[in-house]
Ligand binder design. Structure first.
Ligand code: DC
Length: 230
């Protein structure tokens, strides 16, 4: 069977991770959530006092500490993957609003991006991988066989993230989540180093009005056109 690289990019909470996970499980591919890697570095920076009360990141200290940061994923029995920071399972800690509100600033730091992009490329060396993020089709795997660019309105995405956080028992308001989604959209698409950008050869998907099953069927069809299966 021909193994390919599937790159799925898009704004936060666009539903890209759910789609990416489902297609990876179906194809027996490895799924990598590149956003989780930026979140893990953000958690490290928070724990080490490298993020000030005003939200500013001590870039020099974080850059100097990068060699001490190891990030990996652990496959779980239910098919999901948990993020490991220096061997510790930090899956729950990286999904909090605190990490969400600082991650875009950390992800804009050039040495952080260089380290994580290199790691992401290593994960993809054997192909048979689905990776989601912001710059996967443009920077990490510019030669990926299949690139998808997912979009949905900020309100739709905020509603999804809000429902997710509430389901996990986090006490947040919809307005707070919408403000965070808008702020991250702005930072992620205007930063100097690999901003969120649609690759020229990506296929667009606006899933605002699609169910999960419809999205998955849509993606399977795209994979089938390339590999002849799925
Ligand atoms: O997908 P997410 O919301 O978990 O991503 C968290 C943050 O990481 C997001 O604000 C942008 C950043 N990110 C990035 O800059 N590049 C990636 N490939 C993935 C995520």
């Amino acid at each position: 069977m021909k193994k390919i690289i599937i790159a799925i990019d898009g704004y936060s909470s666009s539903g890209k991770s759910t789609m990416a996970r489902a297609i990876a499980a179906r194809l027996g591919y490895r799924y990598i959530d590149s956003g989780a890697m930026y979140r893990a570095v953000t958690l490290f920076a928070l724990r080490h006092g490298m993020i000030g009360a005003d939200g500013s990141v001590d870039e020099a200290a974080l850059t100097a500490a990068l060699p001490e940061i190891a990030i990996d994923f652990r496959p779980m029995a239910d098919g999901s993957q948990h993020t490991l920071l220096n061997g510790e399972d930090v899956e729950a800690q990286i999904r909090t609003m605190e990490v969400s509100s600082h991650v875009s600033a950390v992800a804009a730091i050039v040495p952080v991006r260089h380290k994580l992009v290199q790691l992401q490329q290593e994960f993809g060396r054997e192909k048979g991988i689905v990776m989601d993020g912001r710059d996967i089709g443009t920077t990490v795997f510019p030669d990926a066989e299949l690139k998808i660019y997912v979009n949905a309105s900020a309100e739709t995405r905020a509603r999804r993230r809000y429902d997710e956080l509430r389901a996990k028992g986090q006490d947040v308001s919809y307005d707070e989540v919408l403000a965070n989604v808008r702020e991250r959209d702005h930072i992620d698409s205007t930063r100097a180093e690999s901003p969120l950008r649609r690759a020229d050869d990506a296929i667009d998907l606006d899933n605002s009005a699609m169910t999960l099953d419809e999205q998955n069927a849509w993606l399977c069809e795209r994979v089938r056109r390339i590999t002849g299966e799925a």
